[in-house]
Design a protein. Structure first.
Ligand code: SAH
Length: 352
């Protein structure tokens, strides 16, 4: 590639977003610019959210114009395809990537926090029966910069610093391990989001939970359990056939041993499927003695899925059984329900 041609995607020139300060400095020098501009570029990219060289007003005009006419590298930012605000303050985004694929991202403000629910893949291969993303099939993994970009975009549009990140958008993060790790490192080190404020949610992939534990991060691991028995779990999660509940729980135990951190078990309550008092008992038995927390998510209705949201009474009974068994439990109340809040739903409607 000569300096004056656009990078061909086939040559895999990495975009600037996702690069370290040292790598950015190297690039700046390769463009015939002084070293100190590397630090400026780093600050503008990660703190000010610059989308192109033209945005960086401390750079010489001649360089900015020359770059605009002949970009030698991509910044790695997406385009906002759709932005929807809901009455409760949640803001949903569909972001268009360089190859035209669309991903969903949600910004959830609460008093002093701004949480971003990020996607790790375009679509998802896990095909969980109650999940909107699972119904849409799988396209590809997201690159590191495409994960980071979601956070910068929400920060820019909502004009508030992002404080928390949950990998609970589209996709299965542990199937995109390297890019997940790369993105977490940048979000933490270069954007300043504390590891303790980051949660990675997984439905469980063989070998990946111990692998994640061995990264020794301070990040919270959430495991989508959804059932207290193999039989019910396999009914809603096809991949449970290949990775039975017993093996998953063994890996969770290993995770706790390696990291000393507790696990957050997510449990989507589906009326008549997994929401009975007996199943709450069974769940309490399954995770007894475990350093954990249970996060109940009343099912959020999705088109094409044949499930019902449990009644308030069933939810409260489920909670009480767990509390009586001294299990830490909370109920996640879905916000922004009227704007198709469950991740994956908005994209499903806008790409049909
Ligand atoms: N693949 C990861 C991230 C998925 S989304 C995982 O499975 O954990 C984060 C959580 O939302 C998961 O626990 C998922 O099961 C849950 N979820 C998906 N669709 C839902 C729906 N319609 N209602 C309630 N929870 C849902």
């Amino acid at each position: 590639m000569t300096a004056n041609t656009l990078p061909n995607p086939a040559t895999k020139v990495l975009p600037l977003l996702g690069r370290s300060q040292a790598e950015l400095t190297e690039w700046v020098e390769s463009q015939g610019q002084p070293r100190y501009r590397g630090k400026q570029l780093y600050e503008w990219l990660y703190e000010k959210g610059a989308r192109s060289l033209a945005d960086i007003t401390v750079f010489p005009k001649a360089w900015r114009e020359q770059f605009a006419a002949n970009p030698t590298v991509d910044f790695g930012r997406s385009q906002i395809h759709l932005h929807k605000q809901t009455r409760d303050g949640t803001e949903k985004f569909l972001l268009k990537l360089a190859d035209g694929e669309i991903v969903e991202t949600v910004g959830i403000p609460t008093s002093k926090r701004l949480t971003v629910c990020v996607s790790s893949q375009v679509g998802c291969p896990m095909a969980c029966d109650f999940c909107a993303t699972g119904k849409g099939g799988f396209q590809r993994n997201l690159a590191k910069h495409e994960i980071i970009d979601q956070v910068l975009t929400v920060q820019e549009v909502m004009q508030q610093r992002v404080s928390h990140i949950v990998f609970m958008g589209m996709g299965e993060p542990l199937l995109n391990f390297e890019n997940l790790m790369g993105a977490i490192a940048v979000l933490n080190k270069d954007i300043g989001i504390g590891q303790r404020n980051i949660t990675v949610s997984t439905v469980g992939i063989p070998n990946q939970i111990p692998r994640f534990a061995n990264e020794h991060l301070q990040v919270t691991l959430a495991v989508s359990l959804h059932a207290p028995s193999q039989q019910v779990r396999a009914q809603v999660i096809p991949s449970a056939d290949r990775y039975p509940l017993i093996a998953l729980m063994d890996d969770c135990r290993e995770y706790v041993e390696i990291t000393g951190r507790r696990i957050s078990f997510e449990y989507t309550l589906l009326a008549g499927v997994n929401d009975s008092a007996e199943q709450a008992q069974e769940l309490a038995y399954l995770i007894r003695g475990f350093q954990s927390h249970v996060n109940l998510i009343p099912y959020n209705p999705v088109t094409d899925a044949d499930y019902q949201r449990p009644t308030e009474k069933a939810i409260q009974t489920f909670v009480r059984v767990l509390e009586d068994a001294r299990i830490a439990v909370s109920v996640r109340r879905t916000r922004g329900l009227e704007a198709d809040a469950a991740c994956g739903q908005l994209r499903g409607q806008h790409t049909k």
